[in-house]
Each structure stands twice: as structure tokens, then as C-alpha cells.
Unconditional design. Structure first.
Length: 442
């Protein structure tokens, strides 16, 4: 099956049936071309003139914020670009808060949680009207493996640590969520009641103020709901819950199911969301939920609040191992399998996700071999949108090598919907893409 094949849901199962009735290989039905933007062709970067991406005809892009580029404070831009958000700043300007998934080391800013950790966030300023890159500043450091996160209801970025490391040298536990506002001054105090676990992404529900969280810990991955005491000040604390399939204890949603499978859910409370103990097992939060019958997934990664008031959740290793996209409906208290990859040629280990202003889903691949950005409709039709073709010979900051296998990450749209921003993690490049969005599903 070619990557340009279009797929639709194969079946919809009744929620009243036992969970075992849903287990099945995903069934893919080819669809006529109609939601994508056409074949991908080589496109030259307007910043460097290099062929770094393939895109559909009519789309163009520029690169910015490379690893090693000098920031406005005179320091080099850190490496390992990952999750990101575009926040409105002033006038036509937007602030991109971008994660850096690095580990122990020296912080790159004095706004640091741990003096022995080198992860964190940088903040890019970009003019969405002129397409001009205006510079980068450091915004938070002293964290470890900042992977993804999500926007808040008050215009900031929640950056998440994908680890449960305890730094014995400094006595600092890791595995937390931190708040980074658009002005660039991140808060180095973790939001402890959101849990200490291998965080990936979060999504805020503007109706309830609840924050949904994904866990990237292999087969020990839960989907969580944080109910804050104060919806505008998460640091005031709150209560943490884990999703459970209402009709079955200890459900394994990392197995293969039919597209369209819908299950009723409920939530079990986590009694101890945080621990600073250096000997606490990394999955102690997940284990508490499982003790109450909560469900587990196959590596949860991306998470985003959709235009339809639903939460879209990515399971990178779910199904036959190539990934799933789930939809949680907070009004109906159900979770539905929107799409399960039938093979790497169609979708290879999706990771970060965002929702376009027009309602389409954007999926960043993190598999083996070629790496793509895919579009996915809420009806389950998938198509390729961008391909990584980064091969360098020292043209920028001395980087030389074949980076076509580097994952895409951090997809997000500018507030005006004209630009899609996305990263390649290695060598660390941010792309700003624009074009005729109205011609397709994104």
C-alpha cells in the first residue's frame, strides 16, 4: 500500500459489547485522492536555498532557529528540537516556545530548575504577516528530555519532561510539567500535582479547565486528567485521575482494534501523584491507576484539543506496532479509535499531533527510514504532506550528514492559520511552511 493511499474507518463497534469483541486487525479501505494536496515535490528552503523538504505544489517554507544559531543573548541555540507551540504576541508577531529534548549537563539559562540538567525551552519571535524571523531567546532550562507539552488557556506553554530520572548529583527528581509564558520567562517550579511520570503531551479543555496528559513509557502508559483547584493557576494544585474503560478492568488499548471502535470510559483517582524519592519506581503513578482497573496504552505521545471539543491522542506503538490515533469525547465520556496504521508504508509511528484551524489533524512521524508529516481527517482519511530530505555538507553551522531519518516534531499553526511550524529533531531545524491550505483537508 502506498503512502498516498487514503483510508477510512472499517467498522464501528457498539460500546455495550465486551472489550474482547473489539480486538482485530485494522481493515484499510483505499479511498480516491480528494483530501490531500497532491504529490510531494522537492522544495527549496527560502533561507538557505537547500532542498530540505518535499511539499505539495504551491507550498513554500523557510528554515529558522537551527541548532548552533546565535540567540539574541549571544549563546548558541541548543539542540534536539521537539514539541512546540505558537502563541500570539504583539500585533502580527507570534512567539514559538520550543522544547529541547536533552538530558543532564549545564543549563543554557539561569532560569533553571536543576543546575545539573541541560534540557528546556527556547522562544522564537516570528512575524506571521511578513514571514520574518526576528530572533530567539532562552526561556527555561535545568530540565530533562523536554519532549512535548501543550498550550494553556492563558496563553503559555506547558513543557513536559519525558523521564523519571533522579539526579543524584543535585538531589533533583525529574518527570514534571513546567509553565512557560510567551514573554520568555519560564517558571522553574514544577507543577507537582500533575504527576511525576514520563510525560509526553498535554491538552487543556477550555470548557472545564481540565488538563489531559499522556504518558510515554512503553506498555506502561496511561492517559490522565488533571482537575486543578484554580483553572488559571495550576501551581495551586489539584487532583489527578487516570482513564479506565468502564466495561472492563485493566484494558489494554495498545492492542489492535477496528477503526471506529468506541468504548465508554470513567476516571480513577491517583492518590499519590508526586514523590521526590530517588528509589520510587518510574511507573508508580501508572501502577496506582492500574490497581483501580485503569487502562494502558502502547506509548502515548501527542495530545491536542480539537475544534470539535474532543481530545486527539496518539499511541505511537499501538495496534500492530505502527501507531493509532484515539479520540476522547469529554461530553460523552467515550474514547474512539479514529485510525490505526495498517503498516509503515501508510503511517510509521506517529508522535506529535496538532489540529489545524480548519479542523484537519497533522501527524509527525518518528519511525524508521523516511520521515513524513501526514494529514488526517476526522473521518479517518490519511495523506502525506511533507517529507524530510535534509542532507547537509557543512552549509549551515558545520553540520554534515544524512538527516532524512530524523523525526518530525512540534507541529503547530500560527494564530492566523497561515503558517505551519514544525521541527526536525536532528540536526535541529524549525520550519515555517505556508501555502494554499484551503485546497485540502488541513
Amino acid at each position: 500500500m502506498q503512502r498516498r493511499s487514503f483510508l477510512r474507518s472499517a467498522a464501528t463497534a457498539a460500546a455495550s459489547l465486551p472489550l474482547s469483541a473489539f480486538a482485530s486487525r485494522a481493515v484499510a479501505n483505499p479511498r480516491p485522492n480528494g483530501t490531500g494536496y497532491g504529490p510531494l515535490i522537492t522544495a527549496l528552503d527560502e533561507t538557505t536555498g537547500l532542498p530540505l523538504l518535499e511539499l505539495p505544489a504551491g507550498f513554500r517554507y523557510k528554515s529558522l532557529g537551527w541548532t548552533g544559531d546565535v540567540m539574541l543573548n549571544g549563546q548558541p541555540t541548543p539542540a534536539a528540537h521537539d514539541g512546540m507551540v505558537a502563541l500570539h504576541w504583539h500585533g502580527h508577531r507570534v512567539r514559538l516556545v520550543r522544547n529541547h529534548e536533552t538530558g543532564l549537563g549545564t543549563p543554557f539559562t539561569n532560569v533553571a530548575y536543576d543546575s545539573g540538567a541541560s534540557g528546556g525551552t527556547t522562544t522564537i519571535e516570528f512575524d506571521q504577516k511578513s514571514g520574518e524571523y526576528l530572533g530567539t531567546i532562552p526561556s527555561l532550562s535545568g530540565t530533562v528530555r523536554n519532549c512535548a507539552g501543550g498550550p494553556t488557556l492563558w496563553g503559555s506553554w506547558l513543557t513536559c519532561e519525558e523521564t523519571t530520572l533522579f539526579n543524584a548529583a543535585t538531589g533533583r527528581p525529574h518527570g514534571y510539567v513546567f509553565d512557560v509564558p510567551a514573554d520568555g520567562a519560564g517558571d522553574p517550579e514544577p507543577i507537582r500535582d500533575m504527576g511525576r511520570f514520563s510525560h509526553e503531551a498535554v491538552a487543556a479543555d477550555p470548557v472545564t479547565g481540565f488538563i489531559y496528559e499522556t504518558e510515554d513509557a512503553g506498555g506502561s502508559s496511561g492517559f490522565y486528567r488533571f482537575v486543578p483547584h484554580n483553572r488559571n493557576r495550576l501551581g495551586d494544585g489539584g487532583r489527578l485521575f487516570m482513564l479506565k474503560v468502564a466495561t472492563e478492568n485493566l484494558a489494554n488499548l495498545g492492542l489492535s482494534y477496528l477503526n471506529g471502535t468506541t468504548l465508554p470510559v470513567e476516571w480513577v483517582e491517583i492518590g499519590q501523584p508526586d514523590s521526590a524519592s530517588p528509589t520510587m519506581p518510574g511507573n508508580f503513578v501508572w501502577a496506582q491507576g492500574r490497581a483501580h482497573g485503569a487502562a494502558t496504552f502502547g506509548r502515548l505521545e501527542g495530545c491536542w484539543y480539537g475544534n470539535d471539543r474532543k481530545i486527539y491522542v496518539v499511541s505511537t506503538n499501538g495496534g500492530i506496532g505502527q501507531g493509532q490515533v484515539w479520540t476522547y469525547d469529554p461530553r460523552e465520556e467515550t474514547i474512539t479509535l479514529l485510525f490505526e496504521s495498517p503498516g509503515a508504508a501508510v503511517l510509521n509511528a506517529p508522535d506529535n499531533i496538532t489540529v489545524s484551524p480548519r479542523g484537519g489533524l497533522v501527524l509527525c512521524e518518528d519511525g524508521g527510514g523516511e520521515e513524513f508529516v501526514h494529514g488526517l481527517t476526522v473521518d479517518g482519511e490519511i495523506f502525506p504532506f511533507a517529507k524530510n530530505t535534509v542532507v547537509l555538507n557543512g552549509e549551515r553551522n558545520g553540520f554534515a550528514g544524512d538527516y532524512r531519518g530524523s523525526e518530525f516534531a512540534g507541529a503547530c499553526y500560527s494564530p492566523d492559520g497561515a503558517w505551519l511550524f514544525v521541527n526536525t529533531q536532528s540536526p535541529g531545524i524549525t520550519f515555517a511552511i505556508t501555502g494554499p491550505w484551503a485546497n485540502g483537508a488541513l
